[in-house]
Write a protein that binds this ligand. Structure first.
Ligand SMILES: [Zn+2]
Ligand SMILES: [Zn+2]
Length: 206
């Protein structure tokens, strides 16, 4: 991608998932553990489930200086709020993801031989974990969230939760043995449309 790297927007160090690697130094082999709680940004989720914006996001990471850049690895954990795909009730859960990402130094071999969307980059001393975190969390979340594995969902006729309905809840389900009789009773009278009864018969009945 022919791109002028100097035009890259600077990272905002106040953003919760922008981390400063200055203390780490750039000596390959140096390592710094980083165990912090940050505020979850918007967009950590998909469809009916996700980490609420502002929720506590626990990072348990290791920043390692390697030849090509800074290697970030560890885990991230956060609360999750979802909507059950079967009963539509909201439910609470948690998500924990593994993170491993290389942030390449400017002008390193990796920097010069890969695109920005392939390998993350350091911007000055800063790295932005937000895109990595978003991808990892979205991947870890279920595509069809349910409040519990055996959630029975809703009655398709009345929309009530099966948990709240008696076991024999039905809607006009006719016993097949009676259905045949019911058809006999409901058989329409054999009178052709528009046919009038003979006037003689009517006068006789009166
Ligand atoms: Zn449910
Ligand atoms: Zn029902």
């Amino acid at each position: 991608m022919p791109e002028n790297r100097t035009s890259q927007p600077r990272l905002d160090p106040r953003k919760p998932l922008v981390l400063d690697t200055r203390e780490l130094g750039r000596r390959p082999g140096s390592m710094r553990p980083l165990k912090i709680q940050v505020v979850a940004p918007a967009g950590l989720g998909v469809g009916l489930i996700g980490v609420p914006e502002g929720a506590p996001l626990d990072l348990d990471l290791r920043l390692e200086s390697v030849l090509e850049g800074v290697l970030v690895s560890g885990t991230a954990a956060a609360p999750v709020v979802g909507e059950c795909g079967r009963c539509l009730e909201s439910f609470d859960s948690t998500v924990e993801v593994d993170v491993q990402e290389l942030f390449a130094y400017p002008a390193s071999v990796t920097d010069l031989t890969s695109d920005d969307d392939e390998v993350s980059r350091l911007r000055g001393d800063l790295i932005d974990l937000e895109p990595i975190m978003r991808d990892a969390v979205v991947l870890a979340l279920p595509t069809n969230p349910v409040c519990r594995e055996d959630c029975p969902g809703l009655c398709p006729e009345c929309g009530a939760h099966w948990d709240d309905l008696p076991g024999d809840h039905t809607h006009d389900q006719v016993d097949p043995r009676w259905a045949a009789l019911q058809n006999l009773v409901q058989e329409p009278p054999v009178v052709a449309d528009g046919e009038q009864p003979p006037p003689a018969a009517e006068s006789q009945e009166k």
